[in-house]
Design a protein around this ligand. Structure first.
Ligand code: URA
Length: 193
């Protein structure tokens, strides 16, 4: 079995007990599907957003609504296909009315799913999308405008934070920085051995 298939098998085993997860309040708040993540399990880069929205909850896939389409377009502009990278969120279930995940929801989901996904995939680069994903990864409050595009470190992995694509949709002028940050993250991912 090649590395990609092996990592996919490990991910499938990780997900199995949580297909109908009730480990945090979001399990009982109207979510349809647990959105674990999608893409290449052997990718050098992993994108982490906040939480699934309505479209993601319906289809069981991350970043497939308007924000996701913007992310996909940005990747395509840089000659990368969505399937080549791995995309997930801090929490895997849709919060009601798209509210921010509560600390208990993020903490629980990170410890059972996200941190194990990172251990299996071991990307060269993590690109966090938006301040919730960044703050939640580190359990610390950052100012996204100050730290975007700069290198941080998590568990020996380089982290490049950027804006959330929903923010870019609302503030098109930030699109230039969003694209620059993703370009930088992709280039670094290729450089790191
Ligand atoms: N916003 C996110 O943070 N994640 C998704 O999967 C979709 C929208």
């Amino acid at each position: 079995m090649n590395v990609k298939n092996y990592k996919q098998k490990l991910l499938d085993e990780l997900y199995k007990p949580y297909i109908k997860c009730m480990q945090c309040p979001l399990g009982g708040l109207g979510r349809t599907k647990v959105v674990f993540g999608a893409g290449n399990p052997d990718s050098k880069i992993m994108f982490i957003g906040e939480a699934p929205g309505a479209k993601e909850d319906e289809l069981g896939l991350p970043f497939v609504g308007r924000s996701g389409q913007l992310l996909t377009r940005a990747l395509n502009k840089l000659n990368v296909q969505r399937d080549d990278v791995f995309i997930t969120n801090i929490v895997k279930c849709r919060p009601p009315n798209n509210r921010l995940p509560l600390p208990i929801e993020s903490t629980t989901c990170k410890s059972i799913l996200l941190f194990n996904q990172i251990k299996i995939i071991r990307p060269k680069i993590i690109c966090t999308l938006g301040s919730h994903a960044l703050n939640s990864l580190y359990d610390k409050v950052f100012q996204i405008t100050k730290c975007r595009g700069k290198q941080h470190e998590f568990d020996g992995i380089v982290v490049i934070p950027t804006y959330h694509p929903a923010y870019v949709l609302r503030n098109p002028v930030s699109g230039k920085h969003f694209l620059e940050d993703i370009k930088c993250a992709l280039e670094l991912a290729e450089m790191i051995k």
